[in-house]
Design a protein. Structure first.
Length: 154
């Protein structure tokens, strides 16, 4: 399975989702079966490494995301990935607006529906908030990626 994590800037939420799922895939020795990447819907942060606050939170929980670099979501990603997980409704709308076909659209899912089925919950944008926001994002994405890895193991 080829999985893409998408948020707005690709410097906070989607790099963490990317790093966590890569770590879990590696721990389960499933690297030969699955790949993970991340992207942002906006172009403001292209080429940047993840937000220092997100890096610090990830490191404190034993997950390294420092090597990731932000890139923008592109239409070609619908060809290159099987599953596209978005963090919030705004990401969902932005990605769906680029979909060309029904086949493109069904690849796009709110990531928290993995841990909270059918609730359509959002991973809150931590960018303008305090440290607790980053810990909350970690908690939500740790649980969601646990659910994803369980599915990948089946
Ligand atoms: P992300 O967080 O979408 O989780 O990477 C944000 C990063 C940057 C901005 C907003 C959210 N920004 O407004 O620049």
């Amino acid at each position: 399975m080829r999985i893409l994590m998408v948020c707005l800037g690709n410097i906070c939420r989607s790099p963490l989702a990317d790093g966590l799922l890569k770590k879990k895939i590696t721990e389960k020795e499933l690297m030969h079966l699955h790949s993970v990447d991340s992207a942002g819907t906006c172009d403001n942060h292209i080429g940047q490494d993840p937000d220092t606050r997100m890096q610090k939170t990830a490191t404190s929980f034993g997950c390294s995301i420092e090597d990731l670099r932000a890139r923008q979501f592109k239409v070609q990603d619908f060809n290159d990935f099987d599953l596209i997980y978005v963090m919030d409704q705004s990401n969902l709308e932005n990605v769906l607006s680029l979909a060309r076909t029904e086949e493109d659209k069904i690849k796009v899912k709110l990531i928290l529906n993995e841990s909270h089925p059918n609730k359509n919950l959002e991973v809150p944008d931590p960018y303008f908030g305090g440290e607790n926001g980053f810990i909350e994002v970690y908690d939500l994405l740790d649980k969601a990626t646990d659910c994803i890895i369980k599915k990948l193991e089946e």
